[in-house]
Design a protein around this ligand. Structure first.
Ligand SMILES: C[S@@+](CC[C@H](N)C(=O)[O-])C[C@H]1O[C@@H](n2cnc3c(N)ncnc32)[C@H](O)[C@@H]1O
Length: 344
């Protein structure tokens, strides 16, 4: 085994030129020294020249090696960037998968909500179906012995149900009010006017919607009831009660009314704002006769329940009567004697 091969074995990472250059330089150096010492100056110079060549070759080798190392560094950097980009791609894919899963869950939830809503509506629908016989019976009673002069406008939905109308008209027929105030005109105005035509009273109905007010006026005209009933336009305006503003009928529309002995509170509709009907008692109390009947429609709704509780607590003379039919509350108003005495 040659010296070169042995050196290579000991330095397994060095290439042949990397081993050969220092070995050759060593040999040439030793040769140059030996020849110079023994007086062979020319050979020594030649050996030194060779040594110079070997050193240049060594430097070239080092330069090539450094260039390779730099190239390897650039390649490593590129690999690192590729790895980072790959990881980013995977991360984005994982986030996207999660997003899609969340989207699926949202869709499932929305479908479940829709199913529950459908079921609830079906239940509500079935409640309406269950009430059909009652409403049918009420309709038959409403038209018994009564022939309208034109087709009657429809009941139900925004208008009072036949059951509600039946009790309302019974109260008007039996109590014979002289002045009925209706908050929210419509089908009920026509029915009330027919009863008052017989009993001799008058109806004033307020409506905040000019379109619906006109519709009621047209119905009253078609039925020949304009001498008995008037619809007044009363746009909603904020009224302040104990520091809170409520949208309610313009009080000007009531300004000339006194001794109202029957009130139907069926407006403003809930859509105009919370507690929309709460101001009613506050706004009409001084215009009521000493004794009056107040019919409050939609009394089962939370806002109306709250209004009822507040009114009965605030007004001593206001008591709830037992209702027979419909979704309204019937209230009896009797002005306390002390207040009646001081009222203009
Ligand atoms: C509950 S409604 C009054 C209904 C009336 N008392 C009756 O029984 O026929 C209250 C107000 O809602 C408005 N309104 C009437 N019909 C409506 C409808 N179909 N859609 C939206 N608003 C309506 C009118 O301005 C009306 O004064």
């Amino acid at each position: 085994m040659s010296t070169l091969s042995r050196t290579r074995r000991r330095l397994p990472r060095l290439t042949s030129p990397q081993v050969a250059v220092p070995v050759s330089a060593g040999v040439l150096c030793a040769g140059a020294v030996a020849t110079a010492v023994t007086g062979y100056d020319q050979i020594a110079v030649a050996l030194l020249a060779l040594l110079g060549g070997v050193i240049v070759a060594g430097l070239l080798l080092v330069y090539r090696r450094l260039a390779k190392v730099q190239k390897a560094g650039v390649a490593a950097q590129r690999d690192l960037r590729t790895t980072v980009e790959e990881m980013q791609r995977r991360l984005i894919a994982a986030v996207e998968r999660e997003r899609l899963t969340a989207g699926d869950r949202h869709l499932e939830l929305a479908e479940a909500v829709a199913r529950v809503r459908q079921l609830t509506e079906r239940k509500a629908g079935s409640a309406q179906v269950l009430s059909l016989p009652r409403e049918f019976e009420a309709t038959v009673q409403l038209f018994q012995g009564f022939t309208p002069r034109a087709p009657m406008p429809s009941s139900g939905d925004f208008a009072l149900n036949p059951t509600g109308l039946l009790e309302l008209l019974h109260l008007i027929r039996t109590r014979k009010p002289r002045l009925v105030l209706e908050l929210g005109s419509g089908t009920s105005s026509v029915w009330i006017a027919y009863v008052l035509e017989k009993s001799g009273g008058k109806l004033v109905s307020l409506d905040h919607e000019p379109g619906y007010a006109n519709r009621t006026r047209q119905a009253l005209t078609a039925h020949g009831l304009t001498k008995v009933a008037t619809v007044r336009d009363a746009p909603l305006a904020p009224v302040n009660i104990e520091g809170r503003d409520y949208p309610w009928y313009d009080p000007e529309a009531l300004a000339d009314l006194h001794d109202i002995d029957f009130v139907l509170i069926d407006g403003p509709p809930a859509a105009v704002g919370a507690d929309a009907r709460y101001p009613a008692l506050h706004m009409i109390e001084k215009r009521l006769a000493d004794r009056a009947t107040v019919v409050f429609d939609d009394a089962g709704r939370p806002d109306e329940q709250a209004a009822l509780a507040a009114w009965t607590e605030r007004y001593d003379g206001l008591t709830r009567e037992g209702e027979l039919l419909g979704r309204h509350a019937v209230l009896a108003f009797a002005r306390p004697p002390a207040m009646a005495a001081t009222r203009g």
